[in-house]
Design a binder for this molecule. Sequence first.
Ligand code: DOR
Length: 431
Amino acid sequence: MTADTLTVANVRIPGRDGAWDLFVAGGKVRELALHDPNAPRPEGRVIDGTGLLLMPALTDAHTHMREPGQEWKEDIASGLAAAAAGGFSNILCMANTDPVNDNGAITRFMLRRARDAWPNGPRLFPIGALTVGLRGRELAPMAELAEAGCVAFSNDGEPVADTEIFRRAMEYAADIAPVIDHCEDPFMAKGSGANEGAMSARLGLRGQPDAAEAIQVARDILLAEYLHVPIHLAHVSCRRSVELIAAAKKRGAPVTAETCPHYLLMTDAALLGYDTMAKVNPPLRSDDDRLALIEALREGVIDILATDHAPHAAHEKETPFEDAKNGISGLDTALAALWELVRQGRLAATDIVTRFAWRPAEIFKLPVNRFAPGDPADFLLFDPEDSWVVTPESLRSKGKNTPLLGQPLTGRVVLTAVDGVVVHDLKAPGA
Ligand code: DOR
């Protein structure tokens, strides 16, 4: 399908009063105007937005697409299908593939797979490895990776333990692209997908203390301030980290941070019954942590939302708790799940727009739609009243590993467009 003339008519927009018409031409926003019921029918396709919310399409700064090497969990085609269904136009994917994305050939391969499967988007933006093989010893060829198309660097789930090497990596990356760090003291956080606390004690699971995350957060903040080099902190899960980030930002440290829907919606109580679907790294924490994260997101201490989409196959989760893989499949359900917090009045819909669309695009310098004329026509339509139940069949991702399975959600992405091309339409035949 090519970008054509398109109008979304009579739609509501978070943070604005009244009903609006969005006019799209040539893949760009032409105009956003108050809805005029007496206006002549515009040319091209008209999408009736009655009862729907219009938002910019989302940018996910943290996904795992699993290709090359682990296509039984996900491949780039299925991952981008889940992204389209979830309302995303930009997807950053981590380097923990097999082989690792630590050279330009792998990056180019990923980009080719994305283009072949989804020529009109969602757009894929690979994150290059920070160190060769994610082994934390030699720096990856970052200039080569950036030239091939990487937009950031990260060692992902294998944080660099050697602070001197991490410091050199930050310095080297400084002129190339942002560094994203999964904050976890690797000695203290061994194994486990459970928070260390009353719940882990009750279940007899080895726990991971929140301090294991916060120690690394503190290290990264100190390095960012010392080197004057920005750092982006991945999937922040606890109050201790939030407090460190808030204080650092007050001092003007070049730090940005993300958290994920599951840390805002769930606690380690989800592990009761040893539910491996809720096993994730960092682990789900306490209710106090959850509330601190929601507050931090509203205040901008946490800059962005990201899914940490981590698809796994059934046999990798249907195991004893200790053996199960960490991770939650999140692209399909992120917005609908977060909507629960909007319904509860804990988040505003505008918080979601800022934290899941505008700010991530700003941090990683990606295309973004602020509905100004000439902006890329990347948008989603959301039905806030649509009630549905999360089933394996309802997920486009190959990864059916979500604790939301079987749960009812209210609110659903019904249409996603990238550069003015509809890439997901729930009402289309066969969708
Ligand atoms: O739960 C997780 N799963 N956390 C990570 O950091 C890695 C990810 C994965 O790749 O499965």
